[in-house]
Design a binder for this molecule. Structure first.
Ligand code: AMP
Length: 146
């Protein structure tokens, strides 16, 4: 059984994993993490809820972004508001030892201006529900065409 370190993750992410108390990678993490770290690739990973899918995608994502830059580098789409918030919370934990990391959830039913302000402050990862993402895109187009 490989360790998280053997999968190729860097020190900041390893510290966060230790703080979370994860002892060893789950099967989907063992398969996905080395692949996502080694090459730019499309990946469809199917596994049941509770198998560690969020970390299988999220840990290598955090490992590879440039958090010294304050612009969006990753977009995560979530089908519901609850999942959107949960994924953003998980990613925030995975990035807890990374200086300057900002992960912003945007979803319907909440104040759009507050979310726009959070985005403008320099999020590197945006976690969005599809409807709110389209609303934000449309508003930004209106803004630039004014
Ligand atoms: P998920 O399938 O992404 O919803 O994850 C289910 C739960 O397992 C979450 O509470 C995670 O924090 C936790 N988890 C993810 N990876 C591991 C791991 N390697 N060891 C222990 N718990 C984990």
């Amino acid at each position: 059984m490989p360790t998280f370190s053997e999968l190729g993750l860097g020190v900041d992410v390893l510290k966060a994993i230790e703080a979370l108390g994860y002892q060893e990678p789950t099967p989907i993490q063992q398969q996905a993490i080395p692949l996502l770290l080694s090459q730019p690739t499309d990946l469809v990973a199917l596994a049941q809820t509770g198998t560690g899918k969020t970390a299988a995608f999220g840990l290598p994502l955090i490992d590879q972004l440039d958090f010294s830059a304050h612009d969006p580098q990753a977009l995560v789409l979530a089908p519901t508001r609850e999942l959107c918030v949960q994924i953003a919370n998980d990613l925030t934990k995975f990035a807890s030892c990374v200086r300057g990391a900002s992960i912003v959830p945007v979803y319907g039913g909440a104040n759009i201006s507050t979310q726009q302000r959070a985005l403008r402050q320099g999020a590197q990862i945006v976690v969005a529900t599809p409807g709110r993402l389209l609303d934000l895109g449309n508003r930004s187009e209106e803004h630039t065409s004014e």
